[in-house]
Design a protein around this ligand. Sequence first.
Ligand code: NAD
Length: 256
Amino acid sequence: MIDLTEKVIIVTGAASGIGRGVLRMARAAGAQVVGIDIAPGAEDRIAAEGGLLYRADVGDPGSFAATIDRVRSDFGRLDGLVNNAGITRAPDFLGADVAEWDLLWQVNQRSVLIGSQAAARIMVKDRLGGAIVNIASNHARASDVGYEAYAGTKGGIVAMTRAMAWSLGRHGIRVNALCPGLTLTEHVANVARDPAIAKTFNSWHATGQVNTVDQVGQVAAFLLSDASAAISGAEILADQGMVARLGALGAEKDEV
Ligand code: NAD
């Protein structure tokens, strides 16, 4: 049983996709959840799941860290942070430009340093411990054409997580990387409306099924909870066996 009763949890990118699944599952486990997002309409989407929006861009270090501080002063405590907000880009490697790589670094990877540091400073001061979950990807393990910078951010998140677990463990703070595979976000579900594409997506998974956002959210809720007290510095693959398979996935694979 995952119990997050009375815990205050921040989820970045909570207005859609995996972040919404995390928000939903953390709420179901009893947490108070603040979503940090920039999307138009985020306030209503997060409220519909029982969360509260604090608007901030995780790529802007000052505003992101100040927002985390504001959550602590408004709610009186902070027990967990899920660094989930991210963007996916797979430009042709030979034509890719540095501005796009910089954006991937700032939004996907640097934000994990900024958010984790801000949250951990609060947790150390409050002496209540805490849990940080960094959403990476199975691209940290196996990647594809055009994903050089994206995969770099995800591999970087896994590596940073190991160091953070050791920097913060003595303060009772656990830090883990959660690596989903392809997940049925609104965008992926749209692409998978084509039955042929849905069949291909499902074929990449040992179970024959693409993850739902709630399945990934449930793993995040577990990593936030005391039920995972034995786990820190880990890379948790949640991809239904996709990268466990030897060999190529197939020439018919499309970008999503
Ligand atoms: P999504 O696009 O469905 O949702 C991302 C959310 O983050 C949106 O609400 C968006 O507004 C918000 N966001 C984006 N940039 C932001 C910023 N700078 N500041 C604040 N909020 C911002 O994405 P998703 O597919 O659910 O991805 C979520 C995370 O999961 C990402 O880190 C992604 O790399 C990772 N991931 C996704 C998949 C997948 O198949 N969808 C697989 C593996 C890993």
